[in-house]
Design a protein around this ligand. Structure first.
Ligand code: SPV
Ligand code: MN
Length: 614
């Protein structure tokens, strides 16, 4: 048996609470070795992973990894929030009593790291010195070297950072055990995977995956689920699946900070890394703070402050190209240390490729393997360059640190955070939602977030035009029951003397032929500029029952080739379609126990305004 105290002490981790925690879990998982890691171990661990065949070279200082084929995404069904109080059960948090679920996960973890190394990863989900530092520290234990390499890119990892904490006993206990991936019964009734956040014990127990948020526990489990709980329990902050950017107006010198939630696959990463369109580039610059998580709190000056707790980006690679996201491409250039997962890979040239990286497939298929490792050249001719037979997995990813993203904000590391001027919610809706509508009443803003959703993509998934609701884009990440979450959100807003403006955006309106009305990507900046003009009183917009939409003249369309009729359509409110939506919202909200009266009042105000419209 490994002498845990000796290994930890030798690595400089002397905190008795940490030693006790590592000992407890080493006794369960029974690793052969224990190793404490810091970011400075990266080069050595990369070499070890290359030597062991866990990573392949993908160009100078670039790496490729392939996951087990049944382990390619976060699993919502297997993700659980556990506490000791049944009152914590919500509609979406998949609540279980910790007395019931913990023994099951611990049973699966028992002896599951035999023969392996247990890596001890001290990490921080904030800049050191942040007012939320006490909620940000964690120690992940993992038996997977690739997970360590991903964590080093996604979180601030290091013994020194951890030892410098004001309160070294306040840390999240995050245990990750990979398990025997080929024998876990993924997707069957005997599924052995469990991804549990025991929120009231600040303990995360994930078993049965080495992929993304299932395994990098600082991200989704700590950064969102635990944060959602801690934020509510302390009353101090909101932990949200939001991107965070600044728009810098070089003419006036002003910087506007906007945070925003979008359901998965709605372009959050592209929006956050945006390069302004050519015609606006002389005046505006977009600074990147984060593409997936924002923690927000009440500042001493009565403004809402926010920061990105992550240290890197775990972005979807599909459709990332020079037009959609040039900054993401720059973040994965040689020498960035980026890791590609489940893209296609060329064993001869060490290049990576994914659908949408270039308009055409690579000209020569020689050496190309698909994400499962199959040679493209060995496929029947008709399946080699055919969309139905993908080269890359739809959830293939790139992992790169924040500092590799060219438009990273100079303020990203500032522990004070940045004041939030606007919060946007963005659905994916083909007809009802205008390009942007500003929402001036804060409770109506929270109501809008709670009724956020994305349209079912295929008819089989639901009724056309009907949303899969995803409150605040937090549906898979809520630890709190919805009613309490909504009340907590309102409480935070109540404390602000200078509140952010809410708005709902939609980049996905379609014409009768199914084509997109709005060009999207960098052009989305135009909607956000109007939002800030409205907030600052430079624009007045048109009041509608569901918020304020820009007038045509107020929207900056310089250099954009778009006709008047299309703009009219983009800004129109279809009252009949909205009335249908109100009915669906009512049913959606009724599911939530203890939803604050303020939210119901907001709902009824909007419903009445629509009824009053002739
Ligand atoms: C998401 O699925 O929303 C992610 C990726 O950000 S993962 O970390 O795998 O959950
Ligand atoms: Mn996400």
């Amino acid at each position: 048996m490994v002498d845990v105290a000796q290994v930890l002490n030798a690595a400089g981790l002397t905190n008795p609470a940490v030693i006790e925690y590592v000992q407890e879990w080493a006794d369960v998982t029974r690793p052969a070795r224990i190793e404490v890691v810091s970011a400075s171990d990266d080069a050595r661990l990369l070499q070890e992973a290359l030597d062991a065949g866990e990573l392949e070279p993908a160009g100078e200082g670039l790496y490729y990894s392939q996951s087990y084929w049944k382990d390619t995404a976060r699993s919502e069904e297997r993700t659980i929030v556990a506490t000791s109080d049944p009152e914590d059960k919500g509609v979406y948090n998949n609540w279980r009593h910790s007395d019931e679920i913990k023994p099951i996960v611990i049973g699966n973890m028992t002896g599951a790291s035999e023969g392996k190394t247990m890596y001890v990863i001290p990490y921080l989900m904030s800049a050191p010195g942040s007012p939320l530092e006490e909620f940000a520290a964690g120690i992940e234990l993992t038996d997977n070297r690739s997970v360590v390499l991903q964590m080093i890119r996604m979180a601030r990892v290091g013994v020194e950072t951890f030892n410098a904490l004001a309160d070294p006993d306040s840390f999240v206990r995050a245990v990750h055990v990979t398990g025997d991936l080929e024998n876990l019964g993924q997707g069957t009734p005997e599924d052995k995977r469990y991804f549990v956040t025991v929120a009231d014990e600040r303990t995360i127990l994930h078993f049965g995956s080495s992929y993304g948020g299932n395994a990098l526990l600082g991200k989704i489990a700590h950064g969102l689920r635990q944060a959602n709980w801690d934020g509510g329990a302390s009353g101090k902050f909101l932990g949200e699946q939001y991107m965070l950017i600044a728009i810098h107006d070089k003419q006036t010198g002003k910087k506007y900070h906007i945070a925003g939630g979008f359901p998965s696959a709605s372009g959050k990463t592209n929006l956050a890394m945006m390069v302004p369109p050519d015609a606006l580039g002389d005046r505006y610059y977009v600074e990147f703070f984060g593409d997936d998580i924002a923690w927000m709190w009440v500042g001493d000056d009565g403004k809402l402050y926010g920061m990105n707790p992550e240290f890197g980006v775990f972005g979807v690679a599909i459709d990332t190209n020079e037009k959609t996201n040039p900054n993401a491409l720059a973040a994965v250039q040689p020498k960035t240390g980026a890791i590609f997962t489940n893209t296609a890979y060329n064993v001869n040239t060490h290049e990576t490729w994914w659908e949408g990286k270039t308009p055409d497939y690579p000209t020569d298929v020689t050496g190309w393997r698909d994400w499962k490792g199959g040679l493209i050249s060995e496929r029947p001719e008709a399946e080699q360059r055919n969309k139905e037979f993908v080269w890359a997995h739809p959830n293939c990813r790139f992992t790169s640190t924040m500092s590799n993203v060219p438009n990273e904000s100079p303020d990203y590391n500032d522990p004070a955070g940045v004041p939030i001027d606007g919060i946007i919610y963005g659905g994916r809706t083909r007809d009802r939602e205008p390009l942007i509508r500003a929402i001036t009443d804060p409770a109506e803003g929270v109501y809008d977030g709670l009724t956020l959703g994305a349209e079912a993509t295929a008819a089989a998934e639901g009724v056309a035009g009907q949303l899969r609701y995803d409150p605040m884009s937090m549906r898979p990440f809520l630890a709190l029951p919805e009613g309490r979450y909504a009340q907590h959100f309102l409480n935070i807003l109540d404390q602000l003397t200078d509140k952010p403006l809410f708005a709902h955006v939609n980049w996905f309106q379609r014409d009768a032929d199914g084509g997109y009305l709005w060009p999207g990507y960098s052009e989305n900046l135009r909607a956000l500029l109007w939002m800030m003009d409205y907030r600052e009183g430079r624009a007045t917009g048109t009041q509608t029952p569901v918020g304020v939409v820009p007038t045509k003249e107020e929207l900056n369309l310089d250099g954009l080739d778009i006709d008047d009729e299309t703009i009219d359509q983009l800004l129109a409110i279809d009252v009949d379609r909205w009335k249908q939506e109100i009915e669906l919202r009512e049913a959606h909200l009724k599911q939530f126990r203890g939803l604050p009266q303020e939210i119901w009042d907001a709902h009824h105000r909007v419903a009445k305004a629509l009824d009053d419209e002739v």
